[in-house]
Design a protein. Structure first.
Length: 129
């Protein structure tokens, strides 16, 4: 199971999040394997330790794959969550109040942005509360 946190814009025009995971049904050779996810591109970025980014929306619907660094995200409503290396952020809050983040460990934030096709079917499973 791969942890995934989904950010989206609610009916109140504010960013909200929910925790879950990427569905990995049985694959070949005993591996777990997701369905194929339609994507347009991938790029990589690195922010130095101690970095942060003020309020913003996601520029497009995307996965953000954390390779290194531990971050705290916050919504304007004050709700927070932490991402660790190996976690995935599903950023779908492309309008509204947005979110902000800051690095909370001594590592740089190395990540991959996977831009999703508009109609991509995603294997996100929401965790039960």
């Amino acid at each position: 199971m791969i942890r995934c946190v989904r950010l989206w814009t609610g009916d109140d025009d504010q960013s909200h999040f929910e925790q879950g995971w990427i569905d990995l049904p049985q694959g070949e050779r005993g591996d777990l394997l997701s369905t194929v996810i339609a994507s347009a591109s991938i790029s990589f970025r690195e922010t130095s330790q101690g970095g942060s980014f003020t309020w913003h929306e996601a520029p497009t619907r995307q996965f953000v794959l954390t390779l290194s660094g531990t971050l705290e995200f916050e919504t304007r409503g004050g709700a927070t969550f932490t991402l660790h290396p190996g976690d995935i952020l599903l950023a779908e809050d492309t309008t509204g109040g947005g979110h902000r983040w800051r690095l909370i460990d001594e590592q740089p934030w190395r990540r991959a942005y996977v831009i999703l096709h508009k109609d991509a079917v995603l294997p996100f499973v929401r965790a039960q509360a």
